[in-house]
Design a protein around this ligand. Structure first.
Ligand code: ATP
Length: 930
């Protein structure tokens, strides 16, 4: 088939040309064959760094090159053993660095794959959700508002469908799409209104299309190289640390030069001092820091995935720890989204509906007595609208063998053996109609749907146009307050009467009563169109409707959410509910969940419309519920909270939520019900749509940040200790306390493993009882800088003391110098390995169980064993210039190594705790009249 001819074909020819079946889709086997033949529906990726390049990259560090040069010189001077050992250490270091970076990169790639797009395809007669990369020409796909079009396709069905194609055509206004053939041969892409292009977005309505081109053959594929953007995955902290790294290099180099100069001035051999200087510089520069930060982030992100939060943008991990407000949708996030109709209100009569879940078993009772449904015209009309204006189906599991498969692919919700396909609000109405004998099945053949006017959270209603016995009928359901504006009549006692202000008040009162009982309320209306009402335009058909009645459905809060909200409060994080639902429903649910404190305010979208920015800013801290809001309100709310200095997390699922999600500091999309648009705008996706997962992610985010601070503290304090030992010795005119190879060894065995183990350390118990940290906080804040300097100085001073004490036994004896250097080496290693446990706590070593982090224990034990090997294996002694230490030496080593950490620990225990408990974030107890 000619590339550009798909738009001209009739639907039947289209199916033939693609050897496809429009009713059942491709058979799974055929699809697999085509996939093998044509290849995946993917745009080719940019170049990746090969593992070899990654490994070689480890040697491009300037100081490593200098060290290698220095080694070469010592090799040429005949110091073969030294040269070989240093090269071995450099290689091992590079291997470690490579493993760290490779792992980090692999995890980042896995994260990207997790957020890969999915598509709803018709395969073997069943709708399945598959990775968009598995689509092949001939696949029939279903699309709805918010979906990104997964391949080039020709529409075969459209309902008020609009697509935003600016990426391809430059046209920023969404264009309407249809499914009729276009006969003109040579037309620009912008005019191909019956073609959906890969990568563009459905902004309104629903559609069905047949895939005609995939992967690099699509229009997007043709320009793929032009639009390929590599998203930066570097977080602000990583960036800042990179800057810090540069400063540290300069400081380390300056100090090293001072050490070398001081050494030479005090009579040390120049060559030895040069090698010691270079080794010191290599050891003191925290070159592993960026990789360890990436690993800590990536592993943290893996932990978040287990807790159902998928991070799309790595920088948000940091921001998560700063979140001070979570703005959450209600339906499905705070509540279960498992709806059941429990009440009806029709023409002044209240009715109760019995039965639970999706099982269509139950009845309708008025004042405790069963209602005679057959003869109740008004009730039957309501059921008719509920069943016709509906896209959800509910079937029994054993009658729907593919349900399990679909459950796995998230297109269905299974509850007590009953399978709901579609929107739960509509599912509840399907079940209601089935319970009362008016199921869609029973109406099959009698009514034919001509057109759908889809629901969206802006209109808050949905209509269908159906033909029936030669006439046409419009059925509408939606939020009562909105729907009433479209109604001029009402059904009262089976008669159509004018919808007077008194009747409207009655409907309002009934709706408010239901809403106050935490029910989700929907209104129902209809109109039989006259033959002259030919227009099918939304504004023409959705008016002069006859109001029928109301339904109230329960949607129980998610069980775990109440605790999660209480957790947030303790963590100084405010929870705000933002919902399209009725204000009273929202308030009632907020009350059940403990969102609304005394003095808290609920405002409606309408009140929000009337508020100036100043008033909103003034009240923002006290508003806990925003009800009946439209997505565009969300943006205003985010901005107001941000102006108040909050770091805002905001959830959303629809197309129109995208701007608010983007503007929020942490945009959160729903993994199950969310549209592609919202997911792409978000930095976090909840795989279970559950509020508690946000709180889990925040907890992990805080933990990751603290772990990063822990190993920064460890690495830098160790480096300060190393440099200071050498520096003070040179200043005091002492011989070298550590020989170059020992310095490199300390760097290798004490830095890498323990620091990585700190990166996966368990969080402190009170992590979620502290206020969120400020987004502007410096990484060295909360006394971290002081801890690094003070511990570093103590480690350096006590290492030197141990060296000096040993040296004084027989000053001037070269054999004793080796002994003293061995003591200094052991003291430095042990001091760091003891200090690493101190780094786990923001207070002191005594505040945490040192056996808790198994990785750390393993890392420390291996470092001790390796050090013992260097001291006691006779073959290694000449290489590392060590002698075996005696019991007396060890006593000195342990005391000198332990003092820095224990001294500070005792100080901390004696001192008062500087932690303050967080207060409830609500300031003042204001309230406004509604
Ligand atoms: P959120 O998820 O933001 O908490 P919500 O899901 O309750 O909000 P919307 O989906 O915008 O908010 O629904 C708003 C109102 O629209 C509901 O209270 C209900 O009256 C009505 N409504 C919801 N779903 C449908 C539907 N499928 N057809 C018609 N009306 C609906």
């Amino acid at each position: 088939m000619e590339q550009g001819m798909w738009h001209g074909l009739e639907t039947a020819d289209l199916a033939q040309a693609l050897d496809a079946n429009l009713d059942t889709g491709l058979a799974p086997g055929t699809a697999a064959e085509r996939l093998a033949q044509i290849g995946r529906n993917e745009l080719s990726e940019g170049k990746k760094t090969s593992p070899l390049m990654l490994f070689l990259g480890q040697f491009k560090d300037f100081m490593v090159l200098v060290l290698m040069g220095a080694t070469l010189i010592s090799g040429l001077l005949g110091e073969y053993l030294d040269a070989i050992t240093i090269v071995a250490i450099i290689v091992i270091n590079a291997v470690l660095g490579f493993v760290q970076e490779f792992r980090a990169e692999k995890s980042l790639r896995a994260l990207k794959a997790l957020s890969a797009p999915m598509a709803k395809a018709l395969r073997g007669g069943d709708i399945v959700v598959i990775p968009a990369s598995e689509l092949v020409p001939g696949d029939v796909v279903e699309l709805e508002s918010g979906d990104r079009i997964p391949a080039d396709l020709r529409f075969i069905e459209t309902n008020s469908c609009y697509a935003e194609e600016s990426a391809l055509t430059g046209e920023s206004v969404p264009v309407s799409k249809h499914c009729d053939p276009i006969k003109a041969a040579d037309i620009p892409l912008g005019d191909m209104r019956n073609i959906g292009f890969m990568g563009t977005m459905i902004t309104r309505g629903t559609a069905k299309g047949i895939v005609v081109r995939t992967g690099m053959n699509t229009e997007m594929g043709k320009i793929a190289n032009l639009i390929q953007q590599t998203e930066t995955m570097e977080t602000p902290l990583q960036h800042r640390l990179e800057q810090l790294g540069k400063i540290l290099i300069i400081v380390a180099l300056a100090l090293t030069v001072m050490v070398v100069v001081a050494g030479i001035l005090h009579g040390q051999p120049a060559y030895e001092m040069f090698l010691a200087g270079v080794s010191l510089a290599v050891a003191a520069i925290p070159e592993g820091l960026p990789a360890i930060v990436t690993i800590a982030l990536a592993l943290g992100v893996q932990r978040m995935i287990k807790r159902r939060a998928i991070v799309r943008k790595l920088p948000s991990v940091e921001t998560l720890g700063c979140a001070s407000v979570i703005c959450s949708d209600k339906t499905g996030t705070l509540t279960q989204n498992k709806m059941t109709v429990t009440q009806l209100w029709i023409g002044g009569r209240g009715m109760d509906i019995t039965g639970e879940g999706y099982e269509p078993a139950g009845g309708c009772f008025e004042g405790g007595k069963p209602v005679d449904i057959k003869h109740d015209q008004s009730l039957r009309r309501l059921l008719q609208v509920a069943a016709l204006c509906n896209n959800a189906t509910v079937t029994k599991l054993d009658q729907d063998p593919d349900a399990i498969k679909r459950k796995k692919s998230k297109t269905a919700v299974v509850q007590d053996e009953w399978v709901l396909k579609g929107d739960p609000t509509e599912g509840a109405l399907t079940v209601l109609a089935a319970k009362l004998g008016a199921s869609a099945k029973s109406m099959e053949g009698l009514y034919k749907r001509v057109k759908e006017y889809p629901f969206d959270s802006e209109r808050k209603r949905m209509s269908v146009l159906v033909t029936h016995q030669g006439g046409r009928l419009i059925c509408t359901k939606g939020a009562p307050d909105m729907l009433m504006n479209q109604c001029t009549y009402m059904l009262w006692d089976g008669k159509v009467v004018p919808f007077t202000a008194t009747l409207k008040q009655k409907v309002n009162d009934a709706a408010e009563k239901m809403a106050a009982g935490a029910l989700r309320v929907l209104g129902f209306a209809y109109r039989e169109l006259r033959p002259q009402d030919a227009s099918e335009v939304e504004s023409d058909v959705e008016n002069q409707l006859i109001f029928v009645g109301l339904s109230g459905m329960i949607d129980p809060p998610r069980r775990e959410v109440k605790d999660a909200i209480a957790n947030c409060r303790r963590a100084g994080i405010k929870t705000v509910m933002i919902t399209g639902d009725h204000q009273l429903t929202a308030e009632a649910i907020a009350g059940q969940l403990g969102i609304m404190p005394r003095g808290g305010i609920a405002v409606s979208g309408q009140q929000l419309n009337e508020m100036t920015e100043e008033t909103l800013d003034r009240l923002a801290d006290n508003i806990f519920v925003y009800a009946r809001v439209s997505p565009e309100h969300k943006l205003r709310i985010v901005k107001a909270l941000q102006r108040k200095g909050h770091v805002v997390a905001m959830t959303g699922d629809g197309v129109n939520d995208a701007p608010a999600i983007k503007a929020a500091d942490i945009g959160i999309a729903m993994g199950i019900t969310g549209t592609d648009v919202s997911k792409e705008a978000s930095s976090l996706v909840l795989s279970d749509d559950n509020f508690s997962s946000i709180v889990a992610a925040i907890e992990e985010g805080r933990g990751i940040y603290e772990n990063i601070r822990k190993f920064i503290r460890y690495l830098l304090a160790s480096n300060v200790g190393e440099i200071l030992t050498m520096f003070l010795a040179m200043m005091a005119g002492l011989p070298l306390p550590l020989v170059p190879i020992q310095i490199l060894w300390v760097n290798l065995v004490t830095d890498g493993l323990p620091a990585m183990a700190l990166g996966v350390d368990q969080a402190e118990k009170d992590l979620m009882q502290q206020k969120p940290r400020s987004a502007k906080e410096n990484i060295f804040a909360r006394r971290l800088g002081w801890k690094i300097i003070s511990r570093g100085i103590l480690i350096g001073v006590f290492t030197l003391l141990a060296f000096w004490v040993t040296l004084r036994i027989r000053p001037g004896d070269p054999q004793n110098l080796v002994h003293a250097q061995t003591v200094a080496f052991a003291t430095l290693v042990m001091a760091q390995l003891i200090h690493v446990f101190d780094c786990r706590s923001s207070r002191s070593i005594f505040h945490r169980n040192i056996l808790q982090n198994k990785y750390l224990l393993f890392a420390v034990l291996s470092s001790v064993v390796l050090m013992a090997a260097v001291l006691y294996v006779p073959m290694l002694q000449p290489i590392f210039k060590t002698v075996p230490l005696m019991f007396r030496d060890w006593c000195l080593v342990i005391v000198a190594a332990g003092i820095p950490t224990f001294l500070m620990g005792i100080g901390s225990v004696l001192g008062t705790s500087n932690k303050k408990k967080t207060k409830w974030p609500l300031q003042g107890q204001k309230s406004i009249a509604r």
